[in-house]
Design a protein around this ligand. Structure first.
Ligand SMILES: Nc1ncnc2c1ncn2[C@@H]1O[C@H](COP(=O)(O)OP(=O)(O)OP(=O)(O)O)[C@@H](O)[C@H]1O
Ligand SMILES: [Mg+2]
Length: 330
C-alpha cells in the first residue's frame, strides 16, 4: 500500500524546567488514501501531540523532533518551508478539534471568518484570491454541505449566537474549504451533548465518504471510534501498542493494554458486567519506564519487558508491540 500519510520512527520531546519529556517515542503509522483510522488511548498518551505533529504545529521550541519521518502524499513534511506548510494545511490535511469556540474568533461574523480562510487557501495554492463576493458564495455553499440550515443568513451571525453543535459544523465547514485529502479530527464530539455527538459523527462519516477523504479520528471513547473506523490504533504513553482491524481488536485484543481498555468500558447490555479500570497511572514522561512503557501496569510483565522495548510487529493479522503477544493469542 502506498500511504497517503506515512509516519515512521517519529520521536518528539518537550523541553521544560524539569527536563525533557519524551512524549512520542518512535511512532509508526500509515494511513492510505480514503481510509478511516481511529486512535485511542488514555488521557496524556500523546494523541493530540501526534495529531498536531502531522501539520507541524508542535515541533517548535519547547517541542523538538528527535528522530523520524513524516511523509504526506510522498512529500517530506519535516523538511517543508512555510509556503509548503501553508499549502499542506489548506490543501492536504484539514484539522478539527474538541472545542470549536477556541478556534472561532468571537468578534468576527461566521461569514467573515470563512471568507478569510477561503481566500487564504487560494493564496496558499498559488492562485489569485477570489473577490469577497465569490468567497462568500463559496462559504455559503460549504455551510450547506455540513447541513446547516439557511447558510446565507448564518454567514452574518457571530459564534456566540450558535449552539455547540452548530459551531462544530462551522469548523468542519472551515476544514473543508480547501481541498484536503486527510481530515484529522481530535475529539471532535467530546464537548457536545450525546444526541448532538451522534449527529456530528454521522456528518463526519458522510462527508468523508462523499469526498473520498482519509480520516484520522482521535478519541478516548472506543464507541466513537468504532462508529466510523475500520481500523484502530491504540496508543500508550507515546507509543503505538496495537494497530488492528476494528472487529479483530474488539474481538481478540492482543496487547494487555488494549485488553485493559476494553475491560474498562461499561457494557450497558450486561448490567452484571463490572467495568474494571486499568490499575495505576500513565508514567511520568520525564523519566519513562525502561523497556515496555506499559510494564509497570501490566499483569503479564516478565523480566524481558523491563529490559527491552518491544518492537511493533505482525502477530495474528495485526501489529502489536508486546513481547508476550503470542502467549496472549494462545
Ligand atoms: N506544548 C506542550 N509543552 C509541553 N508538554 C506538552 C505540550 N503539549 C502536550 N504536552 C504533554 O504531552 C503529553 C501528551 O499530551 P496530549 O495532549 O497529546 O495527550 P492526549 O492523548 O491528547 O490526552 P487527552 O485524551 O487528554 O486529550 C502530556 O504529558 C502533555 O502534558
Ligand atoms: Mg488530546
Amino acid at each position: 500500500m502506498t500511504a497517503l500519510l506515512d509516519i515512521s520512527d517519529y520521536r518528539l520531546a518537550f523541553d521544560g524546567f524539569e527536563g525533557r519529556a519524551h512524549v512520542l517515542d518512535g511512532i509508526d503509522l500509515r494511513v492510505a488514501a480514503g481510509e478511516s483510522v481511529g486512535i485511542v488511548g488514555e488521557t496524556g498518551c500523546g494523541k493530540s501531540v501526534l495529531a498536531r505533529s502531522i501539520t507541524r504545529l508542535v515541533d517548535t521550541p519547547p517541542g523538538r523532533v528527535l528522530s523520524g519521518h513524516i511523509r504526506f502524499a510522498g512529500e517530506d513534511v519535516l523538511a517543508m518551508d512555510q509556503r509548503a506548510l501553508a499549502r499542506l494545511r489548506g490543501h492536504g490535511v484539514a484539522m478539527i478539534f474538541q472545542d470549536p469556540m477556541t478556534y472561532l474568533n468571537p468578534v468576527f461574523s461566521i461569514g467573515s471568518q470563512l471568507i478569510d480562510v477561503i481566500r487564504a487557501h487560494d493564496r496558499a495554492a498559488g492562485q489569485r484570491m477570489r473577490p469577497r463576493v465569490a468567497a462568500r458564495a463559496a462559504a455559503a455553499e460549504v455551510l450547506g454541505a455540513v447541513r446547516l440550515p439557511e447558510p446565507d443568513r448564518l454567514l452574518d451571525r457571530y459564534p456566540h449566537e450558535l449552539s455547540g453543535g452548530m459551531r462544530q459544523r462551522v469548523l468542519i465547514a472551515m476544514a473543508l474549504t480547501g481541498t484536503p485529502r486527510l481530515l484529522v479530527a481530535d475529539e471532535p464530539t467530546t464537548a457536545l451533548d450525546v444526541t448532538i455527538q451522534a449527529q456530528v459523527l454521522r456528518l463526519i462519516g458522510e462527508l468523508v465518504a462523499e469526498r473520498g477523504l482519509a480520516l484520522l479520528l482521535i478519541s478516548h471513547d472506543l464507541g466513537v471510534i468504532g462508529a466510523l473506523c475500520r481500523r484502530i490504533v491504540v496508543m500508550y504513553a507515546g507509543t503505538v501498542v496495537e494497530d488492528a482491524d476494528a472487529a479483530a481488536l474488539f474481538d481478540r485484543p492482543r496487547h494487555p493494554y488494549t485488553r485493559g481498555l476494553l475491560a474498562a468500558v461499561p457494557d450497558l447490555a450486561r448490567p452484571d458486567h463490572r467495568a474494571r479500570p486499568i490499575p495505576g497511572h500513565i508514567p511520568n514522561l520525564l523519566a519513562p519506564p525502561p523497556g515496555c512503557r506499559f510494564h509497570p501496569r501490566c499483569p503479564l510483565a516478565v523480566a524481558r519487558c523491563i529490559a527491552e522495548k518491544p518492537a511493533l510487529r505482525e502477530v495474528d493479522g495485526r501489529r502489536v508491540a508486546c513481547h508476550r503477544a503470542e502467549d496472549i493469542a494462545a
